[in-house]
Design a protein around this ligand. Structure first.
Ligand code: PLP
Length: 402
């Protein structure tokens, strides 16, 4: 099956942006017959990128010592430099890491936190990030301060106002801000939030796990101290490809979570080698960016945003409900409330999600929020509005007592 799809992908000409939609599915490894509306969780990698990754692995195993000692690090640097312009940063401030969890661990473990220092998070901070904050606080005597990010969201200004109140209250040493929240898919006004945090004297960590490829990025202009994001979600890289950017105020005291041979050698030296590992997801990043460039990053973003909005309106109409955010807070994912009667809570959400997968071959997130359930729909270049109608009908057909 895979080799057959591979042949098709090889023969496919670069389509015009208007050809976005299910015609592009053969470029991806995704199993046939499924409706994949959950690109946001782990991405979906094209065949072309996996082939490039496999070529890097073969190159590594052909002469392991030469590769590890002479070729590994230059290839990491080349990939970081290639990525830099997509993010609006210089390559020498960019480290490639496996995932944002590792980046956040590096950041928080590098800080000289003291008893009484506060780290500001919110009720939607990603679970692994929250746990890392809990861990460093338990080790240092620092404290967690938490604010509530309004959801359903009315406007970016509403989120900013809630954040400003929390800053004034907590006076944190570090503020952690999501660029796009995970469970609620809200695009937050990070530039204004970063400025507000700086006004209160806080160091600013932006968790942009979802942002690269979804939003136009100019990270250097955000005046943050650290920014982490993934390439394996919305930039089509192989899994285990993420980055960490560091600004002037912190770069000299930032170390990887695993200290290795490069310790003391500076940011790139320390992060480019963290022990023997398979770096092929990083080495193949240029192939993922080639894939992006075939379509154009703006054309991809425009398609994904338009389809996310169309999906939000279509589902809200079919279900007689509403979206969880205004268009100004939508990137390539949208939240839509399920009709009343579907219950609430984590187990109910997971059961419905599993039924959609097993009975309808539809993969989407169902999240328990605001005393009900919300669907989180991801929109990518291989999706089409007809898939949204399938989801609308499948959910209605499962209406309890319906
Ligand atoms: C907001 C946010 N932060 C961090 C992460 C971390 O991801 P990982 O578990 O791959 O490190 C994710 C993953 O989806 C996320 O959505």
């Amino acid at each position: 099956m895979a080799s057959c799809k591979r042949l098709r992908h090889t023969l496919t000409m670069t389509p015009a942006p208007s050809a976005f939609g299910t015609d592009l599915r053969p470029l991806f490894v995704l199993e046939e017959g499924s409706v994949h509306l959950n690109h946001g969780s782990y991405g979906a990698t094209p065949f072309a990128v996996l082939e490039a990754q496999s070529a890097w692995r073969t190159r590594m195993e052909a002469e392991p010592s030469r590769f590890m000692e002479f070729e590994f690090r230059p290839a990491v640097r080349a990939a970081a430099n290639r990525l830099a312009p997509y993010l609006g940063v210089d390559g020498d401030r960019l480290a490639l890491v496996e995932n944002p969890t590792l980046a956040v661990n590096a950041i928080l473990r590098s800080l000289d936190l003291k008893p009484g220092d506060r780290i500001l998070i919110n009720d939607q901070t990603y679970g692994a990030v929250r746990n890392t904050v809990r861990f460093v606080c338990s080790m240092t005597g620092a404290e967690i301060a938490e604010w509530t990010l309004p959801f359903p969201a009315e406007s970016p200004e509403q989120s900013l106002a809630a954040f400003e109140m929390a800053l004034a209250d907590a006076k944190p040493r570090v503020a952690i801000i999501d660029h796009v929240t995970s469970a609620t898919a809200l695009v937050l006004p990070v530039k204004a939030m970063s400025a507000a945090a700086r006004d209160h004297g806080a160091l600013v960590l932006i968790d942009g796990a979802h942002a690269p490829g979804m939003l136009a990025l100019d990270i250097a202009a955000l005046d943050a101290d650290w920014y982490t994001g993934t390439c394996h979600k919305w930039l089509f890289a192989a899994k285990g490809c993420a980055f960490l950017w560091a600004g002037d105020r912190v770069i000299d005291r930032l170390h990887p979570a695993a200290i290795s041979h490069g310790y003391g050698g500076g940011f790139c030296e320390e992060f480019d080698w963290v022990g023997t590992r398979d770096g092929s997801a990083h080495h193949a990043l240029p192939a993922a960016l080639d894939f992006v460039d075939r379509f154009g990053i703006e054309a991809i973003r425009t398609h994904n945003h338009a389809l996310a909005m169309a999906a939000g309106r279509r589902l809200a109409g079919a279900w007689g409900t509403e979206m969880g955010q205004p268009e100004s807070m939508v990137g390539s994912m949208v939240m839509v409330r399920l009709p009343d009667g579907y219950g609430s809570g984590f187990d109910t959400a997971r059961d419905l999600r599993l039924r959609l997968l097993q009975e309808n071959a539809i993969q989407t997130r169902i999240n328990p929020l605001a005393d009900g359930l919300y669907a989180r729909i991801s929109s990518q270049i291989y999706n089409h509005i007809a898939e949204i109608d399938l989801l609308a009908d499948a959910v209605l057909a499962k209406r309890p007592n319906g």
